[in-house]
Write a protein that binds this ligand. Structure first.
Ligand SMILES: [Zn+2]
Length: 89
């Protein structure tokens, strides 16, 4: 039996999608942001589609700042954007 995959909302386009199709962005307790490819890192997480477009939308609508309750430094967005482009292949 396939395990039921929980749905999560993309902060960019706002659509719900199975967790494993989204990427998880995690903030650790030192306020470092990383893309959590495995979905297993500790910390507070937010989800977006595997699309540079959705990251752009999430930047524009401040979805990440709202979700993490803090301003996201520009270099974090840069880093996430690069990682995302690599994931997109
Ligand atoms: Zn999306």
């Amino acid at each position: 039996m396939a395990k039921k995959i929980p749905l999560r909302q993309c902060l960019g386009c706002g659509e719900m999608a199975p967790k494993n199709l989204l990427i998880r962005i995690v903030k650790d307790n030192k306020d470092n942001f990383t893309i959590d490819a495995t979905g297993r890192l500790n910390g507070r997480g937010a989800y977006i589609c595997r699309k540079a477009d959705c990251l752009k939308k999430a930047i524009r609508n401040n979805g990440l700042s709202r979700s993490f309750k803090m301003a996201i430094p520009e270099e974090v967005y840069d880093k996430l954007n690069k990682e995302l482009i690599e994931l997109e292949g």
